[in-house]
Write a protein that binds this ligand. Structure first.
Ligand code: SF4
Ligand code: SF4
Length: 484
């Protein structure tokens, strides 16, 4: 029984395909001697490429502006690992928000799984920063300086001379400059734009670690985009390697319609579609353009492969060929294996229902956690070893320490009050002002009138208020000097 190219599992209704399965025994980017085979993809063009270019420019604009965009004063995205402070879409997460963060990560992971099960590797082709930067920035620079694939091949084969040195130096100089910008952007996402600006504008002696990271990130990105390229998707990215377990026959992938295209054969200039049919030939004119444009060097006609990042270049290339020869477009298209092999429409499988239900539950829980999250986090602890005191007025005083974390980016003035209890909370120095995204600690004195203290140990509730609004409350013990 034949196996489904999408899953590698046995397919119930596999159709006859041109046998060419030896591609599974070797990598397209490695030659027989185990050396790297450099890929020179032809310059892509077409309807989907134009759409991807538009999406890429929007993404690049967001990526570049991201560290400077503020939502309610907080960064759009910030992953400050050193200070353990994270901001996602303007929501600041502190170390004590680990639980929310874990639920958010789990929800995100499940979303990716569900999305992949339905839409395959749309993320890789349209949204992944690696693909966007490689295909829409670095590759464009390469085409601009060295020309299309045939010219690039010729340049590589040519002996070193003035023209080759000039082109290579220009290309790698620009690659390095772009890598520097990308490295700085990554740094800004990690340490924040304010600190990046300080590194750039202040004396290098004061920011040796920051500068070292800047250089390291630049070199890593230069290495990835100038040399490593598609290998990052094939060998390093775990998402790419998960495909075989996430995809099934109903997942939408970039697929070649072998029912329509095979058996492949070259076409003579005057041959019509009917004549081809009559001689038992499929629609694929074996022009090899779908392979020539592939940035990972694979032949999509062999079936879905791990290396395919769903960049759609082969769809555009094949559609242009079909238009030229007067056949219907879509020989290579977005489709599911079940659709191509058995003509099945997209169906909702039990696996999808299971993923969706789990995702719905997690997303609801995450929404609840985010909505019920307060702007402050406070602790109110008795000072260890302190005794209660009876004041000259007869009131009883206990001593505490209050610690308030302001999760917003604006300063917050807070006061403490007892809830449902006579007495007062005094903060030496008056109201407590907590700067945005800071933690402030102050002593606090709780005094209760003598008639309200009924036992050695009394339960009281203290509320943290700002502008009259209760932000958080906590219960604590209040001790009397002796049994009243
Ligand atoms: S097979 Fe097609 S979609 Fe997949 S990487 Fe190659 S060109 Fe892109
Ligand atoms: S581009 Fe289309 S017609 Fe040409 S080889 Fe690929 S599948 Fe066949």
């Amino acid at each position: 029984m034949e196996t489904s190219p999408a899953t590698g599992r046995a397919s119930k209704a596999a159709v006859h395909r041109t046998p060419n399965d030896d591609f599974r025994d070797h990598l397209p980017t490695v030659d027989a001697s185990g050396r790297r085979r450099w890929i020179y993809p032809r310059r892509p063009s077409g309807r989907l490429h134009a759409a991807r270019r538009l999406v890429s420019w929007i993404l690049l604009a967001v990526m570049v502006a991201g560290p400077w965009i503020r939502i309610s004063g907080n960064p759009l995205l910030l992953f400050d690992l050193v200070n353990r402070r994270f901001s996602i879409l303007g929501q600041v997460f502190w170390p004590h928000d680990t639980f929310i963060f874990a639920v958010a990560m789990l929800t995100g992971f499940l979303m990716i799984v569900l999305f992949t099960a339905v839409y395959g590797r749309v993320w890789c082709g349209w949204l992944c920063p690696q693909t966007v930067l490689m295909e829409m920035v670095f590759r464009k620079v390469e085409y601009w300086i060295e020309g299309d694939a045939p010219q690039q091949r010729r340049l590589t084969a040519a002996p070193w001379g003035f023209d080759k040195i000039r082109k290579r130096l220009t290309k790698h100089g620009i690659f390095f400059a772009i890598s520097f910008v990308v490295g700085n952007l990554l740094l800004a996402y990690i340490i924040g734009s304010e600190r990046l600006t300080a590194i750039v504008t202040e004396s290098p002696h004061e920011h040796l670690v920051g500068l070292s990271l800047m250089i390291l990130f630049t070199l890593v990105f230069y290495g990835i985009f100038a040399r490593f390229r598609e290998q990052a998707c094939t060998f390093i990215c775990p998402y790419g390697r998960f495909q075989s377990v996430l995809l099934d026959d109903h997942s939408i992938v970039v697929a070649y319609d072998e029912r329509r295209g095979d058996p492949r054969a070259r076409r003579s200039r005057s041959e019509s579609h009917d004549e081809r049919k009559n001689r038992g030939t499929g629609d694929c004119v074996d022009c090899h353009l779908c392979v020539d444009v592939c940035p990972t060097g694979i032949d999509i006609r062999n079936g879905t492969q791990m290396e395919c990042v769903n960049c759609t270049a082969c769809i555009d290339a094949c559609d242009q060929v079909m238009d030229r020869v007067g056949f219907d477009t879509g020989l290579i298209r977005y489709a599911s294996r079940a659709g191509i092999e058995r003509g099945e429409r997209l169906t909702i499988t039990p696996r999808l229902v299971g993923y969706s239900t789990a995702l719905l539950i997690l997303a609801s829980f995450l929404t609840f956690l985010l909505v019920s999250r307060t702007d402050v986090h406070a602790t109110f602890l008795r000072n260890p070893g302190t005794l209660s005191q009876t004041l000259p007025s007869g009131d009883v005083a206990n001593f505490y320490t209050v610690r308030v974390m302001n999760k917003t980016s604006d300063p917050l003035e807070v006061e403490l009050r007892l809830i449902d209890h006579e007495g007062s909370v005094t903060l030496p120095g008056g109201h407590l002002m907590v700067a945005g995204r800071e933690i402030t600690e102050r002593p606090a004195i709780v005094t209760l009138p003598p008639g309200t203290v009924h036992s050695r140990e009394n339960k009281i509730s203290v509320g943290v208020y700002s502008e009259g609004e209760l932000l958080e409350s906590f219960d604590t013990n209040f001790f009397a000097p002796e049994d009243p």
